[in-house]
Design a protein around this ligand. Structure first.
Ligand code: FAD
Length: 392
């Protein structure tokens, strides 16, 4: 049989995998449940670890056209607005890690990956086709899609996100669980904001049981804002009732410093995301299952407090494509190798993101200790060479 690599899911992880495989001359067939490949609003930060891989796949010019490359990351008190610490990015990130730190609208990242996959001409993309059932034996994996078609292949990569349907066939022991944290997300045109609220850097605002992150996207034309608070999961998130979201958020921000309240008030449209997670990876057995492998959020969803979920999906794609490139002789072994190479780093990022949440949301004496350490050590606390150096 001609070697067949199937991909379930056309999000950032699935498209990055199709692209990385294509770079090494391997064809893929990708199945995405949505009829139109799209990503809803909001932005994404990409550390040098992710930017370096995207650039190695020929996306440098495309990134330059739509992304921002902020000069610094600032951490501020959400209550007083005062600066607690900062990390220079820009040229320093390039010099230390060989790539820049980027911020980008999700739709732009998704579009540039999609265009690159199409230009390569090695991936068959099937839209409006959901992965429904999977099974495997020693010689092949079989995927049944929602049109009842069966496809046999050498391997199946499940990049179908946090609520991965493929994972349900492989890991009956886990189901996503609500973290107790809610993300309110919004974007505004910078020209519509008063001068004092416009920004070209990344700002993280820390407050008791909440934090907020803002950064520019779309070549600086838009400002992305996400406010994370603690609270029960709302009953009907799909409806996104603007009046209710706004009054809920305003009430939660009543102790915030005036500038941050003003920024929240300036956003026209809010979206609410309850944050869910899985237990952290325990070993390679949680990522590879014979001829099927999990990738991205389907394998290791993480709280967004290290801004690395998409970054880890992109790293997964790079490593997986290299493992598969060694040849079709033993595909299951290639997936095993991929899982062995990836699980520890993914688990470390999952754990560190969760810990960041506790630090970001600290109260009382712990918050005082955090702020003091941030004022004294600033960049030394915020820089993460182990993360930003990425995978070789
Ligand atoms: C508030 C917030 C802020 C974030 N900020 C950052 C950040 O700054 N930096 C960062 O790196 N990450 C960030 N992330 C995380 C990042 O968004 C995810 O880690 C990333 O999108 C995971 O990509 P993925 O391809 O694995 O999954 P997804 O993006 O969820 O894509 C999965 C795809 O699979 C499709 N699908 C689902 N089921 C099926 C099926 N049965 N068959 C076929 N297709 C299917 C879906 O339609 C979707 O297109 C953030 C997340 C949140 C919630």
């Amino acid at each position: 049989m001609e070697r067949k690599i199937l991909l379930a899911g056309g999000g950032i992880g699935g498209l990055a995998t199709a692209l990385a495989c294509g770079q090494l001359g391997m064809a893929t067939q990708l199945f995405e449940q949505k009829r139109v490949l799209s990503e809803v609003g909001a932005g994404i930060q990409l550390g040098p670890n992710a930017v370096r891989l995207l650039e190695s796949w020929g996306l440098r010019a495309a990134l330059d056209g739509v992304a921002c490359f902020p000069q610094r990351l600032e951490v501020r008190s959400a209550q007083s607005g005062s600066l607690l610490g900062s990390l220079p990015l820009g040229a320093r990130a390039l010099q230390r890690y060989g790539a820049r730190y980027a911020t980008i609208a999700r739709v732009d990242l998704h579009t540039l990956l999609h265009r690159a996959v199409l230009a390569q001409g090695l991936a068959e993309i099937h839209l409006g086709r959901a992965a429904q059932r999977v099974s495997q034996d020693a010689s092949a994996v079989e995927l049944v899609t929602d049109d009842d078609r069966k496809r046999r292949a050498n391997v199946l990569i499940a990049a179908d996100g946090l609520w991965s349907h493929v994972r349900d066939f492989l890991r009956q022991d886990v189901q996503p669980v609500f973290s107790g944290h809610l993300a309110y997300r919004a974007m505004a045109k910078q020209v519509d904001l008063p001068q004092s609220l416009r920004s070209d850097c990344i700002t993280v605002w820390l407050g008791p049981a909440m934090h907020a992150v803002q950064y520019p996207v779309q070549s600086g034309e838009l400002l992305n804002l996400v406010v994370i608070v603690e609270g029960p999961a709302p009953a009907h998130t799909q409806e996104w009732d603007q009046a209710a979201l706004r009054s809920d958020l305003t009430a939660r921000m009543s102790n915030a410093f005036g500038g941050l309240q003003e920024l929240v008030d300036a956003m026209a449209q809010w979206r609410l995301w309850p944050l869910n997670g899985l237990p952290h990876l325990r070993g390679p057995q949680d990522m590879a299952f014979g001829r099927i492998a999990l990738l991205g959020d389907g394998a290791h969803p993480m709280l967004p407090y290290l801004a690395q979920g998409a970054g880890m999906a992109i790293e997964d794609a790079a490593v997986l494509s290299r493992c598969l490139h060694q040849g079709p002789a033993d595909d299951a072994k290639a997936l095993q190798q991929y899982a062995s190479l990836r699980w520890k780093r993914n688990a470390r990022v999952q754990a560190r993101a969760e810990r960041n949440g506790e630090i970001f949301h600290a109260t009382g004496l712990t918050a005082w200790g955090r702020d003091t350490a941030m004022r004294l050590l600033g960049a030394r606390l915020l820089d993460m060479p182990w993360l930003y150096r990425g995978v070789q």
